[in-house]
Write a protein that binds this ligand. Sequence first.
Ligand code: AMP
Length: 300
Amino acid sequence: MGKLLVVGSVALDSVKTPFGEVTDALGGSATFFCTAASYFTDVQLVAVVGEDFPPEHLAVLQRDRVDLNGLERRPGRTFRWRGEYSYKLNEAKTLDTQLNVFETFRPTVPESYRTPSQLFLANIDPELQLMVLSQVQRPSIVALDTMNFWIDGKIGALRKVLKEADILIINDGEAQALGDNRNLVQVSRIIRSFGPRTLIIKRGEYGVAMFHGDAMFALPAYPLDDLKDPTGAGDSFAGGFMGFLASASSSDEQSLRQAVVYGSVMASFAVQSFSVDRLAALTDEDIKKRYIEFSRFTTF
Ligand code: AMP
């Protein structure tokens, strides 16, 4: 049986928020995604790190349900991202992006990864996303994340990936840039004309909106009074969302809605600490409890 495959970044993040700061902490789109998804299903990772990647970070990535055979270590420095959040926590200000080993990385998907049940193309160079797509048998769901860095820098390659994608998960500012329009309802039509039949727009502390067929589903974010660092919220959302769909082996409207709730649950844990500190230390009980609370405060 195929598994949930992800390609994305494994990073050293230096992040400053009004509540503290960290230097060279474990981060990256694939890191948050794998950690969140591993509570629901088996995950296979394709990514690269440099010689400087610390063993203690590797130990955090090593989880029972995460297969790291596709994580390459190559000569050079690990990808680094430096960002800052003001009290307006919805938007990261990127101060520095160092691609380092990603600059020359050409992913080789291991033989045992080539028939995935689902594929998540996490935020990474769209040309690398295309390379991974071309090496696998097409799974039942291909989902995709991206960011302004690639919308501005590699729109051609990104449009090619979009053509192949079933689901696009991006934040509101990125959706507006990609759709070249400010109105999110119009944007949902424009972006879906590029390929994906389902569009999920993350709106930070305001929650998430899913456009699928003629339907829309919206959910607030989980209300927190101890938010520390929004980094990784989007990837953790995607991990919970895709992980749940993989475990449910379904992608009908009802499953998609439940997956949005599980995604929001995982994002809420991610932002309660820096790096994956909280996200990596959950129990199934913690997740279930928050899922039920979501259902309580959204029922009317
Ligand atoms: P988010 O879920 O959107 O907050 O994603 C945050 C993660 O994205 C951080 O841990 C960064 O290491 C990673 N990241 C930032 N910029 C890029 C980029 N250009 N390509 C790939 N990953 C990135």
